[in-house]
Structure formats: structure tokens, C-alpha cells
Design a protein around this ligand. Sequence first.
Ligand code: NAP
Length: 491
Amino acid sequence: MTVTQSLTRHLKNPELFVDLASVPDRNVAAATKRFSVFNPSTGELLAELPDMDAGDVSKAIDKARSAQEQWGALTARERSDTLWRWHELILNHSEDFAAILTAEMGKPLAEAKSEIAHAAAYLQWYAEEANRIYGETISAPSNDRRMLVIKQPVGVVGAITPWNFPASMVARKISPALAAGCVVILKPAEQTPLVAGAMFALARMAGFPEGVLNLIYASEGDAVGRELCSNPNVRKISFTGSTEVGRLLMRQCSDQIKKISFELGGNAPFIVFDDADVDAAVEGAIQAKFRNAGQTCVSANRLYVQSNVHDEFAEKFTQRVCALRVGDGFDPNVAIGPLIDDRSLAKIEAHVRDAVIKGGTIRCGGNRIGKSGTFFEPTVITEVASTMRIAQEETFGPLAPIIRFDDADQVVREANDTVYGLAAYFYASNLKRVWRVAEALEYGMVGINTGRMSSEAAPFGGMKQSGIGREGSRHGLEAYLEMKYLCMGGL
Ligand code: NAP
């Protein structure tokens, strides 16, 4: 038994998940070193897992390479059927998956259930898309030749995922890769490897052939990353995480001109214009800012509110924020769980301190809760200036800075004044303004009169330093396909 009672007591079918340490291939995971996974709400030990190293990754790559030909040669229907079985199994055990997620990551159980449903939706979407890989024929410039394009799997994919959405980030990468005919080596985040382990355990039951899905548990992300980027048998790296690590991986991939898909950090503006429905904007801001305790890459990071509606918005929003309850995600009354670790807590405390020194007013919250643990009060700060750290950096926590503005054109320029370009939101009703602002924002995704926009059916991804490529939708499948041009002459 590698999973402790602190976790199994939350599960309906503990026997399925009690030995998550053995999910990586036994021959590969020869590791004797182990690392521990803790519940961030309680500090309880949840599991001890093999701490795999670069040598283990290299063996996994060899296995994946041997499996690539067989998996790529299956019909689209056969690959789709296996993805469907996996989808079905995950849905059948969704309550256990949600409990594992809440235990290792801390998010409220209702949010964990919604994440598992979202993860399953990716499997469903790409089980369907697997059957829709099309080539094309081209009108040739001369009659003695025919020209066409076929699509083929990229090959072995190395995938690295973060801790904030430990199930949906895995599904969003792996399902299109498998649908396209690629095989995968996945390294989930050190803090949240258990949901990924549980997903892989059920993948075995779904019937993926040996070597198609390979799991690497590791506490040293950099050693794993270096091997994945430098091993020539890995054809593509798909990474979700910070821009800082993305930059490093991009450099490591450059020697071999390896294909990359990167989903990186953000600094989302949330703009409320004076023709907006203020109540709807308040609800949207609560969703966009406080989901997952503000630890999402698309979290509203800077709230710009036009002067005419500023005071009404600030008042109503503050009231809603003060009422959000913080605590253990297994408590059904809790809306905000813990932060993932002390480092995250320290960053938010530093942002609050910096804002107060520079003239910000705390309207609610502002402090950590208790002397131990990583709980932080949901916080609203007004009188925020663009020179403050909260206006410039990704806070990644339950802290909402409100910036007052007058000029509608100027606010768009300010919103765009960042190296990031992942998500933006705005509330307005004038149709001309809606189109102008939507087109002017330099972001990969724009939520208009909504605070929530992620969907398996839509392309998710960023401009500028927020990433390269898109995940989800039909575009997410293309990222795992090579285009091959065939020219048939002498006809
Ligand atoms: P992170 O530090 O970049 O870590 C992400 C993953 O990369 C983890 O699995 C981590 O492993 C691994 N890693 C760390 N250093 C590495 C290295 N040198 N080489 C290879 N892998 C390495 O990011 P995070 O703090 O977990 O996640 C938060 C960030 O992710 C935020 O910036 C957020 O905006 C971004 N994010 C973006 C999206 C998106 O779709 N655009 C979605 C979610 C999150 P270890 O855990 O072992 O360190």
C-alpha cells in the first residue's frame, strides 16, 4: 500500500487506487528513492511515490518508441474506441477522482467534480475527433501530376503538467495526442501526481497497449525535462506551467528544433465599462477571480472599472467577496481552499504589502488565516495604481485589485501593456464598443459578458509570452499531426 488512509477514507473504491505507486511501468520505475504527497489543507501524508530520474525517463522513452508504430497504425476508430472506454471508466469513478483531487490540491469538492467532468469532456471530444482527421487534394498546376496532403502522428510526445488543474491539464494534452496516433510520456506536478496516477490506472483497464501511456512520477522536474527535451526519440514537448519554465524548455528544445506546444502564465485584465450590467459583472468577476482560489492561468488579475460605475461595483463586489468561506475543500460550505504552498502564500502577502505601501486601500481580507497552513483571506484592494506589483505580476491567489479608469481607449492600451496575452474579460453592452474592444485586446481568449470560458470545444491558448499553440477544439488535434505533401508525377 502506497496511498495512506488519509486518502483512502475519502474513496468509494479504494482498492482501485490504493497502489498508485505501481502505476508507472515496473521495469521502468526501478527507483528506490521516494517522495511524499501531502494534503495542503491538513498537512496529512497522502502517498509515497517512486521518485523517478532521467534514467527512468530514458527507459520510458524507449518503451514509448517501440509502441509508437503499433498505436499509430491502428485505425482511427480503434483509437477512438479505447479513448471512449477510458472516458467511461473515469466518469464511472468520478466521485473518487474528485476526492483524490481535493485531497492533493485542496480545491473545494464541487470544483473538483467540475474539473473531473471537464477532463472527461476532453476525452469524449477527442474520441470523436479521432475519426475526423482529414487530408486534402490540391489542383495541380500541370495535368501530369497529382498533389495531395496527408496527416500523420507527430510521434512520441513528452508532456509536463502543473498542479492547479491536475486532471484537466492531463486530459487536455493526452487525449488529442492519443487521438492523433501519438504515444505519450507524462510528468505531472510534484505536488499533485495522484489524480494523474489514478487516470493512468484506469487507462490500463481501458486497454491502451503497453508503452502507449507512460507515467513519470518525479520530484525533480528539471532532470525529467532535460531528458525529454534532449532525447531525439521525443518528437514533441507539450508543456503547461509558468512562462519562466516554458522559456527554459524552449531553449532546451532548440538544439533539435523539437516541436512545442506551450500553455504558460497570464495576467488577465477584467474591464467593466460604464454601459455594463454591474450585477452581472460582479458575478463574472467572482468566477474569473476566485475559482480555484485564484490559482488559474486565466484568473482575472487586474480589475479595471470605469469611474461612473466604480463605487457601485466595488461595493457589491466587496460584499460578495467577504462572504466567501475559506477552509478544507471537503467541507461543503467552503468556496475557497488553501493555496498550494508557502511560496504562493508569501507572494500574495508581498503583493498586499507593496499595494498598501503605495497607497492601496484594503476593502476586505488582506491576511493569512491562522499561523500554520496556507489559507489566505479573499481580498479586495481599491485605489490600485499600475505601478503596484499586483497590477504587473500574476498573483495566483485570492486577491482582487480594482483600478479606476475614465478613458475607454486608454484602458485597452493599459490592458495590453504586459508581456502576457492569455485571457481577458470585459463587460459592456454597446455593440460597437463590444466589437472594437474584443478586436483590440491582444489576448488568445476574450470573455465578453462572462467570467468563464474554458471548453473542450474551444481553442485554449495565449499570445505573446503566454504560449505557443492551442489546446482543445479541432485545432488541438492539429498540434499532434504532421502534414505531409505527396506529389505523384508521370501521370
Ligand atoms: P511550473 O513551476 O512551471 O511547473 C509546471 C510543471 O513543470 C510541473 O510539472 C513542474 O514540475 C515542471 N517543472 C518545473 N521546473 C521544470 C524544469 N526546469 N524542467 C522541466 N519541468 C519543470 O508552474 P506551476 O507553478 O506548477 O504552475 C503555475 C503556472 O502555470 C502559472 O504561471 C500559470 O499561469 C501556468 N498555467 C498555465 C496554464 C495555461 O493553460 N496557459 C494552465 C495552468 C497553469 P515540479 O512540480 O516537479 O516542479
